[in-house]
Write a protein that binds this ligand. Structure first.
Ligand code: AMP
Ligand code: ZN
Ligand code: MN
Length: 855
C-alpha cells in the first residue's frame, strides 16, 4: 500500500467520519475512494488477499527447500522480498519510526526486522489513538468509531472506568475495539469469576435430559461450595480436609457431564434423509427480534425452544478486559423469530437453557462452534447435545471458504459485514448496528442448515455417509471440555521461544519474572495478560533490563496502566534478574525445544524423530534413557535401599547436572496454587520439554556419561535395564502422542490419552505434582511432610536429593493414580498452561489463542 495513502486514512479518514453526519457533501477521501468505509473495505480486502497469498507460499522445510532449488523461484523470492522491505521501510519512515529496513546491510537478521515491525506497529497504533483522542476533543459531539445513534451509558461504575480530568461535562468517548469506558460487567456478576490457578471444574448442578445422573459432587452444594478457606480451622487443616473431600470426586470433577449421553447419541433417520428446505425471511427487519435480559423472558424462551425440533445459536465474546474472557451475548434463531440474550445480565441464570440445549430431540445449529462450546461451559455450565456445525458441513462439502459470510453469500446471497465481529460486546445498551450484526449471525443459519444437509446427501448420491460424518464431527466438538489456562513454572519458556530473540541468562530471568508477575496480576485484577503487559513490551523490558524505573516506562508505548502503577515492583524484578551471573545462551539452547519441541510440531514433524538422521536418533535415545531413569526412579522410590547400582548411578548422573544448568530450570519464586496438584497440565509435557532442553544443552556431556554408565553396569543389570529401556521406548511414543494430543485438544485424542493415562509415563510424571499430604489409602510407611509443589517438578530433573521419601513418592502416587483414574478428566487440561501463555489478548496476537475456525 502506498504510504501516503495509509497516512491519509488515519487522519483525514477520521475527520471524514466525524463530519459525515452534518455534511453529506464530502470531497473524495483520496483518489478513487469515496469515503473511509470504501477505503477501509478496499484495504481490508487487500490485506486479506495478501494474507491468503502468503499462507499459500511453500512452507518452510522440505517444500520450500525443494522450490528453492529452482533459480527462477529463488530470484523471484528475492526480488519480491526486496520490494516488500522497501515498501515497509517507506511506511515506517513515513511514520517517523526507526526504519533501517532500507539500509539492509546493517540488518542481519529477520528477528531484528521483526522487532522493527512490532515497534512500528506500536507507534502507528499509538498515533491512531492520539488522533482519535484529538478528534474527540475537537469535535466532541461525535464519536468517531461508534455506530451512529449510540448513547453512552450515564453511569460510570468504578474508578478505573472514570475519565481522568474529572470533567463531567466532557462526553464519553467509546472505541469499538478497546472501549475504555465500558463498565466492567464482572462487577455485577453474582458469582465471582474464578481466576485461580486451578483446573476448571464444571459449573453444572442440575442435569436436564440426563440418562446417567449427575455425580453427587455437583449436586451436593456442600462439597462443591465449601472452599478450604471457608472452613473455620487453620489453613493447613482446611486444605487437608478439602483435599480429602474432593479426592473421591476427582473422577467426576473433570469428566464431561454429558459424556454418557453424547456417547449414546444416535442421529434419527429423519435427520439423515432429504430435508424439506424452509426459506428464512430475507429481510431481517421483518422478523421480530426480542432482546432477552430478564429472567422471565429467558424462562419463556426456554419453553419455546423446548417445543422446537431445531434452533440456531451463536455467541459474542469479549477477551481484553477479563482474564478468562466473557460471553457477552447469545443469539438464538428459530424458524420464526430471532432472540438476543444479554448473557452478562443473565449469566447466573443461563443454565436454564440446558433443558433445550441438552435435549437430544432438538438440533442446535452453530457455525464454527469450537469456542462457543467452551464458553457455554465456562460461563454458564451449559452443554449441547445434538449439535450441527455448519462450519463442519462446509468442510465436508469442500466449499471454497468455510466462513459464515461465505455461506451467507453462497446460500442466501446476503452480504454480511463482519466488521463488528471484534467489537466490544460488553457495551450496553447495544447499538442498533451491533444488534443487527448479531442477529444476522444466526438468522439464516437454519436455512443454511437445510441447504447443506440436502447438498451433503446429493454430494454422496443420496447416501447418508457424508452427512453422518458431519453429525459425528459436530458431536466431537460438543464433547470438548473447557480448559482453564494454567500457569506452570515453564509456561514462560513457551512464550519466550516465540519471541525469536536470543536472551542471555539475565534477560531470560527477567522474562520469567515478568511473566509470573503478569500472570498473577492478570488473575488478580481479572484482566487479560495482554492488557496487563503486552508480550512485546515484556520482551523489550527483558531485553533492555533498564537500570531505572523510568527505563521500564520507556520500553512501553503506550504505558499499560498497571505497569505505571507497579513500576517499582517491576523495577525490583528487573534488578533481581540483573543479579544473575551473565551468560550468553545460544539461541538454539534457549529456544530449547527448537527442533525437538513436541509441543508445537505437527504429526508429520514428529515422524522425523524416529527414522530421521543420526542426530535425531541419538537425541531420541538420550531422551528415552532419561525417561527410563525416571521410570526406574519412580518404580523403586519407596525403597531406597533396593536401588540397583545402575539406578544409583543414574541418580548420580542426573545430580551431576544440577549445578551447571540450574539456571535454566524454573525457580520457586512463582505463585503456584497448591490446589493445582490436580493440575492436569503437569507434567509429562513439561518433562519432555525439559528433556529436550537438557539434551540440547548438554547432550555431549550426557552422552559421555551414558557410555560410562553402561560400561560400569554388570551384565545382569544390563539385561534387566535393557528391558526397562525397551519399555521406555514404547512409552516414549505415547508420551509424544500425549504431548501432541494435548496440543490438539481434539476429543478423540483426549480419549486416547485417558485410556493410556494409567500406564504411560505421564501418570508417573504427574505424580510429582500430586497430593502434598499422604493419602489415607496409602501404605503408611512414611511420616508426613508437606510437599513443596513449587519445587516439585524440577527436583527430579535438577537432581534434587531424591532420598527424602516422604516428599516425593511416585510409586505411592502411581498407585493412587491408578485407583482414581485421574487422567480421565485431566488429559485435556494437559498443556493448558502453554495455551494461556500464548494468549495475548491484545491486537496482533488474537489469532493464536484459539485456532479460530474460519468464520
Ligand atoms: P462469531 O462466531 O464469528 O460471532 O465470533 C464470536 C466471537 O468470537 C466474537 O465476538 C469475538 O469475540 C470472537 N472472535 C471471532 N473471530 C475472532 C478472531 N478472528 N479473532 C479474535 N476473536 C474472534
Ligand atoms: Zn460463533
Ligand atoms: Mn457471532
Amino acid at each position: 500500500m502506498d504510504s501516503s495513502k495509509s497516512n491519509e486514512s488515519t487522519t483525514s479518514g477520521l475527520q471524514d467520519r466525524n463530519s459525515a453526519v452534518d455534511d453529506e457533501e464530502q470531497p473524495e477521501l483520496c483518489p478513487g475512494f469515496k469515503d473511509v468505509d470504501v477505503f477501509v473495505k478496499y484495504g481490508l480486502g487487500a490485506v486479506l488477499s495478501a494474507t491468503k497469498a502468503s499462507a499459500g507460499l511453500p512452507q518452510a522445510g522440505d517444500e520450500y527447500d525443494f522450490y528453492r532449488s529452482f533459480p527462477g523461484f529463488q530470484e523471484f523470492c528475492e526480488s519480491q522480498g526486496d520490494k516488500l522491505l522497501h515498501c515497509m521501510s517507506q511506511i515506517m519512515q513515513h511514520h517517523g519510526c526507526r526504519s533501517h529496513m532500507r539500509d539492509r546491510n546493517k540488518l542481519t537478521g529477520l528477528e531484528e526486522r521483526f522487532d522493527l515491525v512490532v515497534d512500528s506497529n506500536d507507534v502507528i497504533l499509538e498515533r491512531a489513538g492520539i488522533l482519535l483522542d484529538e478528534a474527540e476533543g475537537v469535535n466532541r459531539s461525535q464519536q468517531p468509531v461508534m455506530p451512529a445513534g449510540f448513547q453512552p451509558p450515564k453511569i460510570v461504575v468504578s474508578s478505573w472506568n472514570r475519565k481522568g480530568s474529572g470533567s463531567g461535562i466532557r462526553s464519553e468517548m467509546f472505541r469499538l475495539l478497546h472501549a475504555k469506558n465500558v463498565a466492567r460487567p464482572q462487577l455485577k456478576f453474582k458469582e465471582k469469576v474464578d481466576n485461580s490457578n486451578t483446573p476448571f471444574v464444571p459449573k453444572i448442578f442440575i442435569k436436564p435430559n440426563a440418562v446417567k445422573p449427575l455425580p453427587t459432587y455437583f449436586t451436593n452444594k456442600k462439597i462443591r461450595k465449601e472452599r478450604p478457606e471457608d472452613l473455620d480451622v487453620p489453613a493447613a487443616l482446611a486444605d487437608f480436609i478439602h483435599q480429602q473431600r474432593t479426592q473421591e470426586h476427582v473422577d467426576d470433577m473433570f469428566a464431561h457431564p454429558y459424556q454418557y449421553e453424547l456417547d449414546h447419541l444416535t442421529i434419527p433417520e429423519s435427520l439423515l434423509s432429504k430435508p424439506e428446505i424452509q426459506a428464512s425471511c430475507s429481510n431481517l427487519m421483518h422478523d421480530p427480534c426480542s432482546f432477552v435480559d430478564a429472567l422471565e423472558d429467558l424462562v419463556a424462551l426456554n419453553e419455546k425452544l423446548c417445543k422446537l425440533s431445531e434452533f440456531a445459536v451463536d455467541l459474542e465474546h469479549h477477551s481484553y478486559r477479563s482474564f478468562l474472557g466473557l460471553t457477552c451475548l447469545m443469539q438464538i434463531s428459530t424458524r420464526e423469530e430471532d432472540f438476543i440474550v444479554d448473557t452478562l445480565e443473565l449469566r447466573n441464570e443461563m443454565y436454564i437453557l440446558n433443558e433445550a440445549f441438552t435435549d437430544p430431540a432438538i438440533v442446535k445449529v452453530f457455525h464454527g462452534s469450537d469456542s462457543d462450546i467452551e464458553w457455554l461451559q465456562r460461563d454458564f455450565g451449559v452443554y449441547v447435545v445434538n449439535l450441527f456445525d455448519t462450519h463442519q458441513a462446509s468442510r465436508a462439502l469442500n466449499l471454497a471458504r468455510h466462513s459464515l459470510d461465505h455461506l451467507l453469500k453462497h446460500f442466501c446471497n446476503v452480504d454480511a459485514d463482519k466488521r463488528y465481529q471484534l467489537a466490544d460486546w460488553r457495551i450496553r445498551p447495544l447499538p442498533d448496528e451491533m444488534v443487527q450484526y448479531a442477529q444476522t449471525d444466526t438468522h439464516y443459519l437454519l436455512y443454511i442448515y437445510d441447504c447443506m444437509r440436502a447438498q451433503l446427501l446429493d454430494f454422496n448420491h443420496g447416501q447418508p455417509g457424508l452427512l453422518q460424518s458431519v453429525w459425528n464431527k459436530s458431536k466431537d466438538i460438543s464433547l470438548k471440555k473447557y480448559v482453564k489456562p494454567i500457569y506452570t513454572e515453564e509456561s514462560y519458556l513457551e512464550l519466550q521461544r516465540k519471541q525469536k530473540k536470543s536472551f542471555n541468562t539475565q534477560q531470560l530471568t527477567a522474562f520469567r519474572l515478568l511473566f509470573a508477575w503478569r500472570d498473577k496480576l492478570a488473575r488478580q485484577e481479572d484482566e487479560s495478560t495482554g492488557y496487563v503487559l503486552p508480550t512485546h513490551m515484556m520482551s523489550k523490558i527483558s531485553e533492555e533490563l533498564p537500570k531505572e524505573p523510568q527505563g521500564i516506562i520507556a520500553c512501553c508505548n503506550p504505558v499499560p496502566p498497571l505497569v505505571r502503577q507497579q513500576v517499582n515492583e517491576l523495577h525490583l524484578l528487573v534488578q533481581q534478574a540483573r543479579e544473575m551471573p551473565l551468560l550468553k545462551v545460544r539461541k538454539d539452547e534457549v529456544m530449547l525445544f527448537g527442533p525437538h519441541d513436541t509441543s508445537r510440531v505437527s504429526e508429520s514433524d514428529l515422524h522425523r524423530f524416529s527414522p530421521g538422521g543420526n542426530q535425531l536418533l541419538y537425541v531420541n535415545a538420550i531422551t528415552n534413557l532419561f525417561i527410563f531413569f525416571l521410570l526406574k526412579e519412580t518404580e523403586t522410590k519407596n525403597d531406597q535401599k533396593s536401588l540397583s547400582v545402575a539406578q544409583m548411578k543414574s541418580i548420580g548422573i542426573i545430580e551431576s547436572f544440577e549445578n551447571p544448568f540450574r539456571m535454566y530450570l524454573p525457580s520457586s519464586d512463582v505463585h503456584i496454587n497448591k490446589n493445582s496438584k490436580f493440575d492436569p497440565s503437569s507434567k509429562i509435557f513439561e518433562v519432555i520439554k525439559r528433556l529436550h532442553m537438557f539434551v540440547s544443552i548438554s547432550s555431549l556431556i550426557f552422552f559421555y556419561f551414558t557410555i560410562l554408565f553402561y560400561m560400569l553396569l554388570s551384565t545382569e543389570e544390563r539385561n534387566k535395564d535393557k528391558q526397562g529401556y525397551q519399555e521406555s521406548l514404547q512409552n516414549v511414543a505415547t508420551v509424544r502422542q500425549q504431548a501432541e494430543s494435548a496440543k490438539g485438544g481434539g476429543k478423540k485424542r483426549e480419549r486416547v490419552a485417558s485410556e493410556v493415562g494409567e500406564t504411560t509415563p505421564k501418570s508417573s510424571m504427574k505424580l510429582m505434582k500430586l497430593p502434598e499430604k499422604p493419602q489415607t489409602d496409602l501404605p503408611p510407611q512414611d511420616s508426613f511432610t508437606p510437599f513443596d509443589y513449587s519445587q516439585s517438578a524440577l527436583r527430579v530433573f535438577a537432581g534434587a536429593k531424591l532420598k527424602d521419601n516422604a516428599q516425593f513418592d511416585p510409586n505411592r502416587q502411581t498407585h493412587d493414580f491408578k485407583k482414581k483414574k485421574i487422567s480421565k478428566g485431566q488429559k485435556s487440561n494437559f498443556g493448558a498452561g502453554n495455551r494461556s501463555m500464548s494468549y495475548l489478548a491484545g491486537k496482533s496476537d488474537r489469532g493464536f489463542r484459539h485456532n479460530w475456525p474460519k468464520r
